[in-house]
Design a protein around this ligand. Structure first.
Ligand code: MEV
Length: 457
């Protein structure tokens, strides 16, 4: 009698074999062409895998710079790099570089910039520019002993990192202070050293993390050899050392204001006072309703992120920090505020922006470097002001549309180009379609129908 090889049958299932073949060792050691070839064998049609090289840099040296930013690279992923001109911020006119894929964002920023150019421009000030780092550890001492020990600990860790901090101090940064916190809600023996840093014109992540890790090593030495400690107080285990991306002490405020009577909306039949009233209501709704607040803040981040990306800053850090800030009182709220006081319209935005204009990608990425050149090589605080103005402008433009014409009119006009691209429209087809849709509602379906007609004709 023959036995049925049940398990074998399962193993020889062709789908499973394909899946096993897709598992790979040593992918990181392949060069880029080998990686594309491998993708072409296992995941993509071969010609599509080869076409990933479409946006390769024109020479190996420039390509290598990009490849070295990350691991396992197979291609470049280009994004549009645009510029929003006419931004008057603190009396200086900027053309703000923006990297973003969403149609209408740069157009909206440019339009808001122009609107405020004739109304005094944007104003901005850095409220505070301090960053934080945390060293978490377990310690066998009593929480009430912290006050007596902190000074000595502080002196020791500072002395040990003198060389690390000297250069940053010469640029106006360094360690500004520290506190020792007990975290009984985590565990009775859980503590945190919260360290305040100034990082001058750099974002400072590497600096902060290097200093904190050195603090961690010194903390362990301190527990071993500080003569003032009891046996229990020598029990110490460092858990982790890392900067905090929550930066409520690295905040910029941007604002605009205008007589309400001058708040007319070009091209729209709306009374200036009515517009200001509806606009304020829209801002107030976002302050109270989290569902609206998230969308409202997304609009602000359209402007902020585009400048963050263009200047080679860390958009994940900025996003995380801004949303934490938006929920600072326990409820997620819109980040901007509007007031109508006497006859004046006031609109402002405060947000945490931990930025750098030196070091990291800002220097290495040729486009980030070009963006900083366009901005006139600002320091970190000037960039915070410009970026906050871009966020406020974006928010203004979105709300101006929302409370007047609705958002889709402008958005679909810009989006028409994307729809046409998805149908591989020729320049002539583009021209005809643009003409056809003047004054009409643009939709994907409508464009397809119209293009079908044109193509049949
Ligand atoms: C779209 O990217 C952004 C908006 O939704 C922002 C807003 O609703 O305020 C238009």
């Amino acid at each position: 009698m023959t036995k049925t090889p049940l398990i074998l049958a399962e193993k020889t299932n062709p789908a499973d074999n394909n899946d096993l073949l897709r598992r790979v060792n040593g992918f990181s050691r392949m060069d880029k062409h080998q990686r594309r070839h491998w993708l072409g064998e296992h995941y993509l049609p071969a010609d599509q895998a080869e076409a990933l090289g479409y946006f390769d840099a024109p020479d190996d040296v420039r390509q290598e710079v990009l490849d070295n930013f990350s691991e396992n690279t197979v291609a470049n992923f280009p994004m549009p790099f645009g510029v929003a001109p006419n931004f008057l911020v603190n009396g200086k006119t900027y053309a703000i570089p923006m990297v973003i894929e969403e149609s209408s964002v740069v157009a909206a920023a440019s339009s808001a910039a122009k609107y405020w150019l004739s109304r005094g421009g944007f104003h901005a000030e850095v409220v505070a520019a301090e960053k934080l780092g945390q060293l978490h550890f377990r310690w066998g001492g009593k929480p009430e002993r912290r006050a007596a020990l902190l000074d000595d600990l502080c002196t020791r860790v500072r002395a040990q990192t003198k060389e690390l901090t000297a250069r940053m101090e010469s640029r106006g940064g360094g360690v500004r202070g520290m506190s020792w916190r007990h975290l009984p809600e985590v565990a009775e023996d859980c503590y945190q050293l919260l360290v305040r840093f100034g990082t001058a014109d750099s974002m400072g992540a590497n600096f902060i993390n290097t200093v904190l890790e050195a603090y961690g090593r010194e903390l362990e030495r301190w527990a071993e050899d500080c003569p003032d400690l009891t046996e229990e107080e020598r029990e110490l285990e460092v858990i982790m050392a890392i900067l905090s991306n929550h930066t409520p002490n690295c905040v910029v405020r941007a604002w605009v204001s205008s007589p309400i009577s001058a708040m007319n909306v070009p091209g729209v039949q709306v009374d200036a006072a009515d517009f200001a009233r509806r606009f304020k209501l829209a801002v107030d709704i976002a302050r109270q309703d989290p569902y609206r607040a998230v969308t409202h803040n997304k609009g602000i981040m359209n402007g902020v992120d585009a400048v963050v990306l263009a200047t080679g800053n860390d958009f994940r850090a900025i996003e995380a920090a801004c949303h934490a800030y938006a929920a600072a009182d326990g409820q997620y709220r819109g980040l901007s505020r509007c007031r109508l006081v006497d006859d004046t319209f006031h609109f402002e935005l405060s947000l945490p922006l931990a930025l750098g204009t030196v070091g990291g990608l800002t220097k290495l990425h040729p486009m980030a470097s070009a963006a900083l050149d366009v901005l006139g090589r600002p320091g970190a605080e000037e960039l915070m002001c410009v970026m906050a103005a871009a966020g406020l402008a974006q928010n203004f433009a979105a709300l101006r549309s929302l409370v007047t014409t609705g958002i889709q009119k402008g958005h679909m006009k810009m989006h028409l180009q994307n729809i046409l691209s998805s149908f591989d429209a020729t320049p002539e087809e583009r021209r005809l379609t643009e003409e056809h849709f003047v004054g009409k509602t643009v939709s994907h379906h409508g464009v397809r129908e119209y293009l079908d007609e044109v193509r049949k004709a």
